[in-house]
Design a protein around this ligand. Structure first.
Ligand code: BYC
Length: 473
């Protein structure tokens, strides 16, 4: 069904025929707009931003580009088309018809999954709200705002499900999504990473590369859900998510490119010299990778999780790309999990269903490698013998069995003293953060770039790189 833009809330769910739901969502809408004005991007509310807006959910031509003032963006409710024959694809109920309503016995866990997913969307907008003040170019500023408005729409997607399928407690949860705030000590966002400050653009690119990729894997897992409206909502969200990861991958790639230029110009890879030349040295970049990657690994939950087993058994949440796996039931099978044991490790055999978080995390790690291969290719081509790497999945964990020990980035268990003595070479220091912050100055002349990042290879939607992507008023 095409998206109806004539209504107050654009949608393709025939909202006009459910007056109660329409009224409830129209009641929530001004709260969302107030939240956007208070905690969305700081400034720029009167600027015209070159944004894409969804016009239909089919694969071809779902987006339309044009200049829009952000508060006028048409946030709405878009679900992928329904397959009337869809069957449950995994777990104990495999082969049964997908659910169009929430079964009473799964109300609480499904609501929790939707609330956790929904909570991350406004959280990320809050985390990024000051970045416009230090944008490295108008091209980047536009991409930031594109990401922000789409995260706002993803919040709408989850709020629709809460309102449409979870009655009064769903409506209350929808209100709470606007009341928790990223980094608020009294009422923080649910998941750790979404309370980390993002006050420089290097962190933004790391976030869109690593954290949005967690979003991709979690959405893919929920797109397998037996609860069909959730599955269809997540399928459409995934089409928007791809651009967010593109922003991260190309953003980090452009930093690497600029740093390599500076290394060539100065004839050295010495970090101090690169910093004097106004660039981001590769060891600093590595420390940011170590920080964000390890933080995002925690977003998959514990390595062994009875929650995950129950979700899988009941068809609430599958594995990303479930069809890639041979066995969709995973009963009576085991998974070998490496866990710390003193200063060494041992293998624990756990039921596969309990290992679902770890299985999806492993697929995520593989996906994260793609960008590193591309960035390392640039480094190698420039003639340098340096490699950016992903740290071990055991490094700096706060969730799961590895949270009880300290390891090197290579995953070797070490004492707390050794960790503390070496951490400054593994994770961003105060000095690193202050230096990155010192580079953050706003550049708003069309086509101009800040000195620490190379221009993109091409513009957005075939526009030139020096197109005025944001007209600032
Ligand atoms: N921080 O059994 P366990 C995105 C909690 S990103 C704090 O191991 P489970 C986006 C856990 O909730 C994708 N708490 O975990 C990206 C549980 O609490 P309860 C977001 C954590 O349940 C960029 C307890 O610890 N979507 O879309 O198997 C921009 C026991 O945990 C953390 C989702 O996450 C943590 N890191 O799995 C914008 C999908 N990890 O229930 C957007 C929905 C775990 O005992 N969420 N805990 O109170 C889920 O599927 C699951 O809740 C999790 C955890 C995968 C997060």
């Amino acid at each position: 069904m095409n998206i109806n833009y004539q209504e107050k809330i654009p949608n393709n769910v025939d909202l006009a025929h459910d007056r109660r739901l329409q009224r409830a969502l129209e009641h929530w809408q001004p709260h969302f707009i107030d939240w956007w004005k208070d905690l969305g991007p700081e400034g720029f509310m009167n600027s015209d931003v070159y944004l894409r807006t969804a016009v239909s959910v089919d694969a071809k031509g779902w987006a339309q580009f044009g200049k829009v003032k952000m508060p006028d963006y048409r946030w709405g409710i878009f679900l992928a088309d329904r397959d009337p024959n869809r069957k449950i694809g995994f777990g104990d109920k495999m082969g049964e018809a997908a659910w169009q309503e929430v079964p009473g016995e799964f109300r609480a866990p499904l609501r929790n999954l939707i609330v956790t997913q929904g909570d991350t969307e406004p959280a990320s907008v809050e985390q990024q709200r000051m970045l416009g003040q230090t944008c490295p170019s108008l091209y980047d500023l536009r991409n930031l705002f594109q990401v922000n408005v789409e995260e706002g729409r993803h919040l709408w997607a989850m709020v629709y499900l809460l309102h449409a399928y979870f009655g009064r407690d769903g409506r209350e949860e929808a209100e709470e999504l606007l009341h928790r705030h990223s980094g608020d000590p009294d009422n923080p966002r649910i998941l750790g990473t979404f309370n980390e400050p993002i006050d420089d653009w290097l962190s933004f690119f790391m976030f869109t590369y690593f954290t949005d990729r967690d979003g991709k894997f979690q959405l893919k897992s929920l797109a397998e859900s037996a609860f069909d409206p959730l599955a269809r909502t997540c399928q459409f969200m995934l089409t928007e998510e791809a651009h967010h990861m593109f922003v991260g991958e190309t953003g980090i790639g452009r930093i690497v490119k600029r740093t390599l230029d500076l290394m060539k110009q100065t004839g050295t890879d010495d970090p101090e010299t690169i910093r004097k030349a106004g660039g981001i040295d590769l060891p600093l970049l590595q420390r940011y990778i170590n920080f964000w990657f390890s933080s995002c690994l925690d977003l998959f939950g514990s390595e062994s999780s009875s929650n995950a087993a129950t979700y899988f058994a009941n068809g609430l949440k599958g594995r990303a790309d479930e069809m890639k796996y041979e066995d969709h039931v995973c009963i009576d099978t085991a998974y070998d999990l490496e866990v710390p044991d003193g200063m060494g490790t041992r293998i624990d055999e756990i039921p596969t269903r309990n290992a679902m978080n770890e299985i999806v995390r492993s697929a995520y790690v593989e996906d994260c490698k793609i960008g590193l291969i591309r960035w390392n290719r640039l480094i190698k081509k420039a003639g340098y013998d340096v490699e950016l790497t992903l740290p071990s999945t055991h490094f700096r964990r706060n969730i799961g069995p590895w949270s009880t020990v300290k390891t090197t980035p290579e995953g070797k268990i070490i004492s707390e003293e050794e960790f503390n003595a070496k951490v400054a070479s593994w994770l961003p220091t105060e000095g690193d953060r202050a230096y990155v912050k010192s580079l953050m100055v706003q550049v708003t002349e069309p086509g101009k770039m800040a000195g620490w990042i190379a221009p993109p290879d091409r513009g957005i939607n075939s526009q030139a790189v020096d197109y005025e992507y944001v007209s600032i008023h």
